[in-house]
Design a protein around this ligand. Sequence first.
Ligand SMILES: [Mg+2]
Length: 260
Amino acid sequence: MALQLLRHALVSLLVVAVHAAGATRAGGDMHHLQMVTSTAGTARAVASCASWRLGVETNNIRDWYSIPAECRSYVRDYMYGDLFRQDCAVVAGEAAAYAEGLELAGDGEEVWVFDVDDTTLTNLPYYADTGFGAEPYNATYFDEYVANATAPALPEVLELYEKLLSLGIKVVFITGRHDDEEAATVKNLRSAGYHTWEKLVLKPSSLGSSVVPYKSGERQKLVDAGYRIVGNMGDQWSDLTGAPEGDRTFKVPDPMYYVG
Ligand SMILES: [Mg+2]
């Protein structure tokens, strides 16, 4: 009897296993897994663009060159839909609540560091023309876009900016834009609604492409000059990492590109 029961259980297990394998094939799950290759040369599967985006935002996925081809329409819908703006509102809202809760010395030395591209200004018009990050970065076209100085503000970040100024926190922009783009950047910030700032730091054209040493170095200069960085906001993790990071960092969503 016991032997019969055991045999029955084993047969049942086998049936379940075979059925499960067949269902996977019939459902085509495996065939939805498309392999993409990052610049690091490692292949990985993208089964869900939402999961891919979460991985990007949490800095678990790094060193990627372009969005997975199958996520092009997903990223477009995210950027054009309500969710991107809602995500921005959460980030900016948390930042505003944090700033309002600070016990500020009011001595004019408290600053908030902002990145420029896709943080204070949005380059969505450029990316909409170039596949939302699916097509390779077009330096010539992007330089033209910057020179036109027509990038709109990210409304939620502009609102935060006004809140910070009203609290007496000064604003410092640290951007990866080069110093020969200063005039266009000033013009664009002003036309987008950013009217006041303590400093606008642009990258010397002679510097290499490493962002973290440049931006953290500029934050160190602020600290050395006596400023206290109460907040730091950017759309890339490379805007936020590297000491001194600031008392608190805030990541604006950006699933369109990666800057290491
Ligand atoms: Mg940026």
